[in-house]
Ligand binder design. Structure first.
Ligand SMILES: NC(=O)c1ccc[n+]([C@@H]2O[C@H](COP(=O)([O-])OP(=O)(O)OC[C@H]3O[C@@H](n4cnc5c(N)ncnc54)[C@H](O)[C@@H]3O)[C@@H](O)[C@H]2O)c1
Ligand SMILES: CC(C)[C@H](C(=O)O)[C@@H](O)C(=O)O
Ligand SMILES: [Mg+2]
Length: 373
C-alpha cells in the first residue's frame, strides 16, 4: 500500500451547488491525507460563471495554468440561469469544455452503481435495479461538442454543428473501455446510431476491430435509442458501456435513475496530461445555497481522484465504504428522501459530509479498507 503520497490538487468549485458539494469532497480528501500521512496541497481558482464575473472569462489563463501545473483537478459544476442568453462560446460551460480540451483527457469514466440501501429510492422496481453496476466510458473530446463547422446563421435562420470522429479517437477510448472491462465482468456494450449516422458506422467498425485484441471480453452493439430503454428495463445486463460524447452525456444522466439521484454519480476523466474529476451533475440552480445538494457524488469523485491520480486504492475504498455505511445508517439528503420510512434521517449537504467524514475517520483509524463498490 502506497503511503506518504504528495498530490497537488486544483479545486475549481464553480457555480451553484458546486462550492457546497466540493467543500465536502475536500473535507474527505483532507481526512485521508491527515490519517494516511499524505501531503495534499490544495489550491482554489475560478471557473465558469464565477470566473466570468470576476475575471471576464469562463476559463481565465491563470486557472488553466494552475490546472496544467497540478496532479489532479477537482471540479464542482459550472453554469447558471443568468448566463442562458449568452452564445455557447461565452457561457460558463465553455470554460469547462476549454479545460477538458486543454487537459486532454478523452475517457470520462462514469460509474453508476445501485447502492443496496437506495434500491427503494429508484422509481424503478428494486428487483430491477438491485445489483446493477455500470461503468460508462464516455468519449469526452470529440463529436458534436467540438466538431467544426458550428454556427447559428441568423440570416438564413439555420444552425449547424458537426459530429466528427477519427478512427484514432475511437481506438483510444475503446481500448480504455476494454481494459477496464477486463478487470470487471468482461462485457463491453458499444452504443451508437449506426443505422443512420456515418460517424457511428466508423465507430462500430473501429470498436469491432479493437475488440479482437481482447478475446476474453464480450462485445455487443446497441443503438442509442434502444440502449436508453434497455438501461431502464434490464440495467443488470450492462457492465461497461462505451459511447461517443453526446450519447454518453445523455445516457449517464439517465442512469442516475438506477441510483435514485443524479447527486450520487461521480466521474473521472483520464488519458490526458492531468486527470479531471467532476461529479456528473450540474450547478442545480433550483437548489443552490439551500443546503439541499447531495454531496455524495462529489465525495465519490474524490475517491476516484485517489484511485486514478494517487494510486491510493485502499483510501479510495475507505471513502466508498464510508458512503455505504452512512447510507446504511439511514442518512439521506432531500433528493434521496422519497420515503419517510423509520430509520431515515434527512440531513443537509454539510451534515451528510460530516457523517461521511466521521465514518471515514473510524474506517481509516481501524485500517478497515472495506471494498465498497
Ligand atoms: N459538470 C458541470 O459543470 C455541469 C454538468 C451538468 C450541467 N451543468 C450545468 O448546470 C446548469 C443546470 O443544469 P440542469 O439543471 O440541467 O442540470 P443539473 O444537473 O444541475 O440538475 C438537474 C436536476 O438534478 C438535481 N440535482 C443535480 N445535482 C444534485 C445534487 N448534487 N443533489 C441534489 N439534486 C441534484 C437538480 O436540483 C435538478 O433538479 C446548466 O447551466 C448546465 O449547463 C454543468
Ligand atoms: C455542462 C456540460 C458542458 C457538460 C457536458 O455536456 O459534458 C455536462 O452536462 C456534463 O455531463 O458534464
Ligand atoms: Mg451532462
Amino acid at each position: 500500500m502506497a503511503r506518504g503520497k504528495t498530490l497537488k490538487i486544483l479545486v475549481l468549485a464553480g457555480d451553484g451547488i458546486g462550492p457546497e458539494v466540493t467543500q465536502q469532497a475536500v473535507h474527505a480528501l483532507r481526512s485521508v491525507a491527515d490519517l494516511g500521512g499524505h501531503h495534499f496541497e490544495f489550491k482554489e481558482m475560478a471557473i465558469g460563471g464565477v470566473a466570468i464575473k470576476k475575471e471576464g472569462s469562463p476559463l481565465p489563463s491563470s486557472t488553466l495554468e494552475a490546472a496544467l501545473d497540478s496532479d489532479a483537478v477537482l471540479l464542482g459544476a459550472v453554469g447558471g440561469n443568468e448566463f442562458n442568453q449568452l452564445p455557447p462560446d461565452r457561457r460558463p460551460e465553455a470554460g469547462l469544455l476549454g479545460l477538458r480540451q486543454a487537459l486532454g483527457g478523452f475517457a470520462n469514466l462514469r460509474p453508476s452503481f445501485a447502492w443496496p440501501s437506495l434500491s427503494s429510492n429508484s422509481p424503478l422496481k428494486p428487483e430491477v435495479v438491485e445489483g446493477s453496476d455500470i461503468l460508462f466510458v464516455r468519449e469526452l473530446l470529440g463529436g458534436l461538442y467540438f466538431g467544426e463547422p458550428r454556427q447559428w446563421d441568423r440570416e438564413t435562420n439555420s444552425a449547424w454543428n458537426t459530429m466528427r470522429y477519427t478512427r484514432d479517437e475511437v481506438v483510444r477510448v475503446t481500448r480504455i473501455a476494454f481494459e477496464l472491462a477486463g478487470k470487471r465482468r468482461k462485457k463491453v456494450t458499444s452504443v451508437d446510431k449506426a443505422n443512420v449516422l456515418e460517424v457511428s458506422q466508423l465507430w462500430r467498425a473501429t470498436v469491432t476491430e479493437v475488440a479482437r485484441d481482447y478475446p476474453d471480453v464480450a462485445l455487443d452493439h446497441q443503438y442509442v435509442d434502444a440502449c436508453a430503454m434497455h438501461l431502464m428495463n434490464t440495467p443488470r445486463n450492462f457492465d461497461v458501456v462505451v459511447t461517443e460524447n453526446l450519447f454518453g452525456d445523455i445516457l449517464s444522466d439517465e442512469a442516475a435513475v438506477i441510483t435514485g439521484s443524479l447527486g450520487m454519480l461521480p466521474s473521472a476523466t483520464i488519458g490526458g496530461a492531468v486527470n479531471l474529476y467532476e461529479p456528473v451533475h450540474g450547478s442545480a440552480p433550483d437548489i443552490a445555497g439551500k443546503g439541499l445538494a447531495n454531496p455524495l457524488g462529489a465525495i465519490l469523485t474524490a475517491a476516484m481522484l485517489l484511485r486514478h491520480s494517487g494510486g491510493l486504492e485502499s483510501d479510495a475504498q475507505a471513502i466508498e465504504a464510508s458512503v455505504r455505511q452512512v447510507l446504511e445508517q439511514g442518512y439521506r439528503t432531500a433528493d434521496l428522501a422519497r420515503s419517510s420510512s423509520p430509520g431515515i434521517q434527512v440531513v443537509t449537504t454539510q451534515e451528510m459530509g460530516k457523517q461521511v467524514n466521521e465514518t471515514l475517520n473510524h474506517i481509516i483509524d481501524r485500517g478497515q479498507a472495506l471494498h465498497a463498490v
